[in-house]
Design a protein around this ligand. Structure first.
Ligand code: NZQ
Ligand code: ZN
Length: 390
């Protein structure tokens, strides 16, 4: 196991009606004025936004609000938010929504105290030294941003989708998680969220670091729990316990718990970010296409951990032939994704003729000569993986 630092200061407040505690939690953070950030309107339609405002008012906390964050969030909304926040002099960002809203709130939180362009942080030109506190009310279990110190933003001019990682400053101070808020999710978004959290675990599980039994077993157990609860939620979207289990899985999938001490991979995410940047597809759906292709490639080139995944998570019988075992695991994973209503190739994702050269060029321009760690992918490898996803 490798050395690690694990710092996770987020206070998770989980369960029914917990959104009504937001006023008290904001006060506990000494917030004077909260800037509420939300998306395209699901929180307005569900009445959640109004309940949040009531709770803040009752606690005597001032607020201002900015809606309209789109899925695959963009830099222009961040600039707008930074201006607005400075004008309003808000001191706590409150994201109500999923990864797109939370990541926008984090970008604003880092951008407000910074004199330069917030995009400097995403391209590695500057380091975040100071940020406003971020808090979350989660409405979709998927990106894990409610527990992570990451933010992913797309620059519209260049179609670069880049991530920033600052756990010491951008992990939310509190995250409110009420599984009932997820009942209104369309089945496709539920499924995309499930794919995303599974892949967050897999990016950590597919490692060359040896003797990581605790991480391996946590990853396997969490994956098996997600799969089991996914079947239940598909049958009954209003099953509180299935929703609750999935919601917490989404958090521990990405807050570091499953991967500390391991060298993580992240190639599949980087391959996917190019796809959602260029074609604006839902991140989880993009992953359901890319990950089986990445695993198929690994079955041939580096099958060990893929075969272990197949045996332990998908009950594939053990065999001498690691490649065959690994491929059987890929096939079961695809079957599961299909059952959930997810695409497993570019065509099903709605991209009939993807521009593989452009995706590959952009990937290696953004991420360098080699991508990933389980196997360091060259441009030729990345192209092959995109082709396997056709
Ligand atoms: O915008 P509204 O109207 O709220 O609708 C949203 C949106 O259309 C809808 N939705 C959310 N909660 C709902 C709901 N609809 C009905 N009922 C509810 N309770 O769902 C749609 C998707 O929302 P979004 O926030 O985009 O989803 P997600 O949480 O999957 O976030 C995706 C973004 O996060 C990034 C992805 O790349 C993508 O840009 N990621 C962020 C990470 C991080 N910060 O750590 C890691 C991830 O790997 C990922 O890259
Ligand atoms: Zn993801």
């Amino acid at each position: 196991m490798n050395n690690f630092v694990f710092y996770s200061p987020t206070e998770f407040v989980f369960g029914r009606d917990t959104e009504m505690q937001v006023g008290a939690l904001a006060r506990k953070q000494d917030a004077r004025k909260v800037m509420i950030v939300y998306g395209g309107g699901s929180v307005v339609r569900s009445g959640l936004l109004q309940r949040v405002k009531t709770s803040l008012q009752e606690a005597g906390v001032l607020y201002c609000e900015m809606g309209g964050v789109q899925p695959n969030p963009i830099d222009t909304k961040v600039y707008e938010g930074i201006e607005f926040c400075r004008r309003e002099q808000a001191d706590l960002m409150l994201a109500i929504g999923g990864g797109s809203v939370i990541d926008t709130a984090k970008a604003i939180a880092a951008g407000v105290p910074y004199e330069g362009d917030f995009w400097d942080f995403y391209v590695g030109k500057a380091k975040v030294k100071k940020a406003l506190n971020v808090a979350v009310i989660l409405t979709i279990p998927a990106a894990g941003s409610e527990g992570s110190g990451n933010s992913v933003i797309t620059k519209v001019d260049t179609l670069q989708k880049l991530s920033l990682r600052v756990p010491e400053l951008l992990r939310p101070v509190f995250s409110i998680m009420n599984p009932e808020l997820t009942y209104t999710l369309p089945p496709f978004q539920t499924a995309c969220g499930i794919a995303d959290m599974m892949v967050h675990i897999m990016e950590r599980y597919f490692t060359n670091t040896q003797q990581v039994e605790i991480s391996d077993r946590l990853c396997e157990a969490t994956l098996m729990a997600v799969i089991k609860e996914a079947y239940r939620v598909k049958q009954n979207p209003d099953d509180y316990d299935a929703r609750a289990n999935i919601m917490w899985c989404g958090t521990i999938a990405h807050n570091g718990t499953c991967g500390v001490g391991c060298e993580e991979d992240w190639a599949s995410h980087f391959l996917e970010h190019e796809v959602s940047a260029l074609y604006n597809v839902t991140h989880g759906a993009g992953l359901a296409v890319i990950v089986p292709a990445w695993m198929t490639f690994m079955a041939e080139h580096h099958p060990k951990k893929i075969a272990q995944f197949a045996i332990r998570v998908f009950n594939v019988p053990q065999s001498e032939d690691l490649e065959e075992t690994a491929l059987a695991g890929v096939s079961r994973l695809k079957h599961f994704f299909r059952y959930m209503g997810l695409p497993v190739n570019f065509k099903e994702l709605g991209i009939v003729n993807p521009d593989i050269d452009r995706l590959t060029d952009s990937l290696h321009r953004n991420k360098g000569e080699f991508v990933g760690n389980y196997m360091k992918l060259t441009k030729k490898d990345s192209k092959e993986i995109y082709r396997l996803a056709l």
